[in-house]
Design a protein around this ligand. Structure first.
Ligand code: PEP
Ligand code: MN
Length: 352
């Protein structure tokens, strides 16, 4: 249930309603939007009569039920307003949001060595990316495949951050590593295979860094939103949702099927910012440019693109990685679509 206050409702009035809700055993969450103040109520609200709640104060405009099983992530919970996630990077604050410029995240699948990660960071920064991606801990199908360099790769990411000014997005697979990863990462990634790792979701929700939650390999949109709900319920509302392709029947030509319809559906269902990853979403570098452009057209707020200095020699995901030159060429094309939808060039606000 949400309580929408009238414009200019006095703070003391809002506070007394908040106390009233606490006394009823509910968890009120005040959301200060651009035009309105909304109070989301989490808990046993089934017995509450919206009309009676509305009559508690002349400053209440309307009381509405949230009909979805996910509450905090639902668009209704913010009375239709989208949220934005601000991330502090060495060059300034970057916002992910529906009304913000498209944010580009690029980098290799795995951090392989210092030279390659620093070189890639500098090349993608020059082409217009504002975040470097790269895995230190890799979720691999085979236990014999390269598993990532772990903690030492985190140090290399820190060096690449320093050298390039880019923010860092890297994956955490285990709650035991969360603190270490969050020390280096500006955004902590939870990968597709861990989308329903509930202890990890709860732990990510209980720390301060923004979280990038990738869609599970075969997850429905509702399962994905419920997973995001875990993070918000644990106290962290800075969550970005990343569509990275789902398992469908054509595995011969595509590693995954990028579900661009999900972007439009998410926009309807949730206030959270959206990212699209056409690299994992198709599995093949040759299809990445077309899908990246389509993702902007369908309304994504950000893109994640795998870039490797020498894809043929990559320790993971070479076939879907662009070279730095291909990535630069792509960003020039993305600028055309981005401009057409009024979400380019990327601007970095100075620190608030
Ligand atoms: C990744 O981004 O490196 C990754 C493993 O992606 P996903 O979890 O989407 O497979
Ligand atoms: Mn990868």
């Amino acid at each position: 249930m949400i309580i929408v206050f009238k414009n200019d409702a006095p703070a003391s009035e809002i506070q007394s309603i908040e106390q009233d809700m606490l006394d009823r055993g509910l968890t009120p969450e005040k959301i200060v939007g651009q035009d309105k103040i909304v109070m989301g109520l989490v808990g046993e609200t089934a017995e509450l009569d919206p009309d009676q709640i509305r009559d508690l104060s002349p400053w209440i405009e309307v009381v509405l039920r949230v009909g979805k099983p996910y509450k905090r992530v639902s668009r209704e919970f913010r009375h239709g307003e989208s949220s934005r996630v601000g991330v502090q990077t060495p060059k300034g604050l970057v916002y992910f949001g529906e009304r913000d410029p498209i944010v580009v995240v690029a980098g290799p699948c795995s951090v392989e060595n210092e030279e390659m990660i620093v070189e890639t960071a500098q090349r993608v920064a020059a082409a217009g990316a504002s975040f470097l991606r790269g895995g230190a801990y890799k979720p691999r199908t085979s236990p014999y495949a390269f598993q990532g360099h772990g903690e030492s790769a985190l140090e290399l990411l820190a060096a690449a951050r320093e050298a390039s000014g880019l923010g860092i997005i890297t994956e955490v697979m285990d709650t035991a590593d969360l603190e270490k990863v969050a020390d280096v990462a500006d955004v902590v990634q939870i990968g597709a295979r861990n989308m329903q790792n509930f202890p990890l979701l709860k732990a990510a929700g209980a720390q301060a860094k923004p979280v990038l939650l990738k869609r599970g390999l075969s997850a429905t949109i509702e399962e994905w939103l419920m997973a995001a709900e875990y993070i918000l319920a644990a106290g962290n509302s800075n969550v970005i949702l990343c569509e990275r392709g789902i398992r469908t029947f054509d595995r011969q030509h595509l590693r995954n099927t990028l579900d661009l319809a999900a972007v439009a559906v998410l926009r309807n269902l949730t206030h959270l910012p959206i990212m699209v990853d056409p690299s994992h979403g198709t599995g093949w570098a040759e299809y990445v440019p077309a899908l990246a452009k389509a993702a902007i057209a369908v309304g994504t707020d950000s893109l994640m693109i795998e870039v490797h200095p020498n894809p043929a020699k990559a320790l993971s995901d070479g076939p879907q990685s662009l070279t730095p030159d291909q990535f630069s060429a792509l960003t020039r094309e993305l600028a055309i679509i981005g401009n057409a939808v009024g979400r380019w060039p990327q601007t970095i606000a100075t620190a608030a």
